[in-house]
Design a protein around this ligand. Structure first.
Ligand code: GRF
Length: 241
């Protein structure tokens, strides 16, 4: 048994992956404790799951922040004090190359405003590993650099509903289904500056029958996700021994 690691989680929705990790922590099948669950979305079921397990919860309402920036514009004073657009622009690999300079700047600024609000809460905790459990927002270099402070050491994990490097983006199972794949899968990987591009920690696959609907694929995939995520967290915990 390794020493227990402290885990912080971010979610956006139902939190079935979060539940799988909570259960694995509670039944001691992994050497981890979850200290908090943050959400970009108020009122989601995942927050209730966390509260039920006595985990601290908080919300940074991304839609509200982005909407207000659209309506009122972004003033210099709205941005985090240490925000440097040129630096973030030069590192990030998230914004579509067809986006205009203004669109890219708006995207990176609004995300940094929201990320700063998360960081103000998160950095008060002593966390070994950050786990994105169905967190449907990208993280920019502004956030990532505040967490990955040791060169070459990744501390943020994500689960993706496809066998990366195939089908990055928001609809992995949908893309797997539309392409007509005979094998589907899920991937746990570390977060880097790109979208779903970081080093792969683990993957699981499942067979797709000709009669399977998209819903069947999602169901098969989620079952694999619930097995995979705790295993990858344990792999991380073992690496810290
Ligand atoms: C999962 O399929 C995950 O891979 C994707 O979003 C879904 C979230 O499910 N990123 P849940 O909130 O853990 O139930």
């Amino acid at each position: 048994m390794a020493k227990k690691i402290n885990v912080g989680t971010l979610i956006s929705g139902g939190g079935t992956n979060l539940q799988a990790i909570i259960d694995a922590c509670l039944n001691n099948s992994i050497d981890a404790n979850i200290l908090f669950t943050g959400s970009d979305n108020p009122g989601v079921k995942g927050l209730d799951r966390a509260k039920k397990a006595n985990i601290d919860t908080f919300v940074v309402d991304y839609s509200q922040i982005i909407g207000s920036c659209k309506n009122k514009g972004i003033k210099e004073t709205d941005l985090p004090e240490d925000f440097n657009l040129d630096e973030i622009q030069s590192k990030q690999q998230l914004v579509d190359t067809t986006a205009s300079k203004e669109q890219a700047a708006f995207f990176l600024k609004t995300r940094a405003i929201a990320e700063r609000k998360f960081l103000d809460i998160i950095l008060a905790y002593d966390i070994d590993l950050f786990v994105l459990a169905g967190f449907m927002r990208v993280l920019t270099p502004y956030f990532i650099d505040k967490i990955n402070t040791e060169p070459g050491k990744y501390k943020i994990m994500n689960i993706h509903p496809a066998l990366l490097p195939s089908f990055p983006g928001t609809d992995g199972y949908g893309d797997t289904f539309s392409y007509g794949c005979k094998i589907g899968g899920c991937t746990v990987h570390f977060i880097d500056y790109g979208e779903d591009t970081g080093p792969i920690i683990g993957q699981k696959t499942f067979e797709i029958e000709d009669t399977d609907t998209l819903d069947d694929i999602k169901k098969k995939g989620l079952v694999k996700e619930w097995e995979l995520y705790p295993q990858c967290i344990q792999k991380f915990a073992d690496s810290l021994i």
